[in-house]
Design a binder for this molecule. Structure first.
Ligand code: PMM
Length: 284
């Protein structure tokens, strides 16, 4: 079952396309904060014009090795962008591991919390989200970004991730978040080597068997670059990974993913629409 609020985002009759807005220092490096906020809001509108169902706004980089930003800075980065997009009626999720940021984001108009730590980074996250009454994405996470590359040992990555996600799902329910407001995400690239990511994609049905919608975030990630290495073994650079991202989105959609989190919406929307037509097999 899908909660009414999640259904607002999540029932376009195909896999949901979540467009990414990273309000991180790189995006603030040119021309000052206000210009960047305006640019981020404009980019969010563009993603929706291109067909994104929801825009995910994050103010803290989660790339491997990244350090933390303080709470006030995270709030300064994301809240004006969320408010600007929500004022336009755009569904917005906030990519945060902090309960206070989640609460401020919902006050500013966000309608989904995307917590890459699955509630582990902040013990107040689940109680806050239970109170806020919004859906939450629980991603598989083992350690903060500056440590996660040392947490890549799994006995059986698919089984281990499923068990860990089931625990987070149950802990969220225990804290008062209704089961039908929970989305699960295997956390591709988070404390995972390339072969772990592929195993998780290959075994998407095992994740779906946890009984909740599944979000897949593969967009432009390192493991795609590695899969597209040239004859000399050099990985494909990040600027040329969108076709691979589209392929993953199509396959994820064809295999039952609820949503895909991507930077490039245009090609992704085509991919998930093709997957949907394929799944339906001409029965419309
Ligand atoms: N990946 C990143 C950030 N947030 N959220 C979810 N739910 N799933 C993900 O896979 C995910 C995420 C890191 O990717 P980026 O730096 O390219 O945004």
């Amino acid at each position: 079952m899908i909660d009414e609020q999640l259904a607002r985002v999540g029932s376009p009759g195909r896999t949901v396309v979540m467009g990414v807005i990273n309000a991180t220092p790189d995006s603030f490096s040119d021309g000052g904060r206000f210009a960047s906020i305006d640019a981020a809001i404009a980019h969010g509108r563009e993603l929706v014009d291109q067909g994104a169902d929801i825009v995910d706004v994050g103010g803290e980089s989660t790339r491997p090795g990244a350090g933390r930003v303080d709470t006030d800075e995270e709030l300064r980065r994301v809240i004006p962008i969320i408010a600007g997009l929500a004022d336009d009626g755009i569904p917005v999720s906030v990519d945060t591991t902090r309960a206070v940021v989640a609460s401020a984001a919902v006050d500013a108009g966000a309608c989904v919390i995307n917590d890459v730590s699955g509630g582990l980074a902040d013990s107040q996250m689940f109680p806050a989200v239970a109170e806020l009454g919004v859906p939450i994405v629980l991603m598989h996470w083992r350690a903060p970004s500056d440590q996660m590359d040392t947490f890549t040992h799994y006995d059986d990555v698919v089984a281990d991730v499923c068990v860990a996600l089931a625990k987070r799902r149950d802990a969220a329910v225990e804290a008062g978040i209704p089961l039908d407001r929970i989305v699960l995400d295997p956390g591709l690239g988070f404390a995972k080597l390339a072969h772990h990511n592929w195993a998780l994609l290959h075994e998407l049905p095992a994740l779906l068997a946890l009984g909740r919608p599944v979000l897949i975030g593969a967009s432009r990630k390192r493991f795609l670059g590695a899969a597209l290495s040239d004859a000399g073994g050099t990985a494909r650079d990040v600027a040329h990974r969108d076709a691979a991202t589209h392929a993953v989105s199509a396959l994820a959609a064809a295999n039952g993913a609820w949503g895909v989190r991507v930077h490039d919406v245009v090609g992704t929307l085509d991919a998930v629409r093709v997957a949907q037509a394929w799944r339906e097999g001409g029965t419309w």
